[in-house]
Design a protein around this ligand. Structure first.
Ligand SMILES: [Mg+2]
Length: 409
């Protein structure tokens, strides 16, 4: 079997999502996905990856991972995630795993050793339907999608709800059977002070949102607090210690996550778990972070760290350090499907990140199959490989952009 074409696809409405399709001479099509900086990532895939990959056997995944890592540096050592090259390599790696699953007739979880869990617990990230959707605007985390505002409908706007009616939002989630939620009550203050300090009134205002949930629902819902890496250590500690009185489940990316010495100090100073890091969670980063005892839950993003295979290696490393995984997805639907395969196979998977505003909305337009999610749990897809593909209609959308590199006939 050999790869005969590499295609990249985007739709303008969700322009941060980049799909890669790898087409083989046997008619199989492998799907990969990554997120953000689409133009540069797509250029890298066609200029650098395609000339290497076309004509190759897609089943030699490790060989291709190692070869493409040279484009990043010396095999990831010391390099952060989220570079353009790693985004492109991540999408290609997932597509190669999808092809391997299709070629062998097995779902991805089976290739990792089979199901440990029939179903995986989810948590809801309280975003809006349009959160993160725009390609080049650098949309603020407190904004609502302009198209939703213009339409006068803000469907499943969990982003506004987490700030304006947090206890009601928690009640809605509990009614759906969802028993964990992620919110970011302090981001606006970090942006005002550049993370240097938080005023007492700001701290009280952020805490009030968490207290409202606790007062209404007791300990029925786990609270995951997102900091988006916006704070310096003293301010992050001040917030986290105040939150700890309310029984927070985890503190996610509390500071700039390359500062592992500060992160270890943060961890030593709080009660709740430290979750990290979609921002910097490469295999090399986790080796250092786990060794320092600086992180409790591995929340890597497989679309940014090197792909499905790299995520599996990080999962094994987390097991070696006796820590759980909870992979990141506030991005695209193929990554959600891949994360679920990984979590269903791994004995020490804790949570699957989901965004109900995406699942009830645009994710359905994009893929042929999505996982069944009910009563706070997700069931992995059963078809070979990912078990899903891009909707055939996607290629006919007015806002689609497709670029193809192919072997000469
Ligand atoms: Mg996060």
């Amino acid at each position: 079997m050999k790869i005969v074409a590499l295609e990249t696809l985007q739709v303008e409405a969700h322009g941060n999502i980049i799909w890669v399709e790898l087409h083989t001479d046997q008619g199989l099509v492998g799907l990969g996905e990554t997120f953000r900086n689409p133009a540069a990532t797509i250029a890298y895939l066609h200029e650098t990856v395609a000339p290497y990959l076309l004509g190759q056997d897609p089943r030699r995944i490790e060989r291709h991972r190692f070869a493409l890592a040279r484009e990043v540096g010396s095999h990831f050592q010391g390099f952060p995630s989220r570079s353009i090259e790693l985004r492109g390599n991540s999408a290609v790696d997932l597509a190669l795993w999808d092809l391997l699953g299709q070629a062998t007739g097995q779902p991805l979880y089976q290739l990792l050793g089979g199901l440990t869990h029939e179903r995986v617990r989810i948590y809801n990230t309280c975003a809006s339907a349009g959160y993160n959707s725009l390609a080049r605007t650098g949309q603020d985390s407190l904004q609502i999608a302009p198209d939703a505002v213009a339409a006068g409908t803000v469907p499943l706007d969990d982003l506004n709800a987490q700030h304006q009616r947090p206890a009601e939002l928690a009640a809605e989630l509990l009614a759906e059977g969802i028993t964990a939620m992620k919110i970011w009550p302090f981001d606006a203050y970090a942006k005002a002070s550049r993370g240097l300090h938080i005023a007492p009134a700001e701290l009280r205002a952020g805490l009030a949102k968490v207290e409202a949930i606790r007062q209404a629902h007791g300990d029925a819902i786990d609270l995951l607090i997102e900091y988006h890496g916006l704070w310096q250590l003293p301010a992050a500690l001040e917030i986290a210690r105040a939150l700890d009185q309310l029984g927070v489940f985890w503190h996610e990316d509390p500071i700039a996550m390359h500062r592992l010495d500060d992160l270890a100090r943060f961890k030593a100073g709080v009660r709740g778990r430290v979750a990290g890091s979609e921002n910097l969670g490469s295999l090399a980063w986790y080796r250092s972070a786990f060794a320092l005892g600086a992180v409790d839950v591995a929340t890597f993003d497989l679309g940014w760290v090197g792909g499905f295979g790299e995520a599996h290696k990080i999962t094994a490393l987390a097991e070696a350090y006796d820590r759980p995984i909870a992979p990141h997805d506030c991005t695209g639907p193929a990554q959600l499907v891949a994360n679920l395969h990984l979590c269903a196979a791994a004995p020490h998977s804790l949570f699957l990140e989901t965004v109900r505003a995406y699942l009830a909305g645009f994710y359905r337009e994009l893929l042929t199959e999505l996982p069944r999610i009910e009563q706070g749990y997700a069931w992995p897809l059963q078809g070979p490989g990912l078990g899903t593909a891009l909707q055939p209609d996607l290629r006919r959308r007015a806002d689609v952009r497709i670029r193809r590199s192919a072997l000469a006939d």
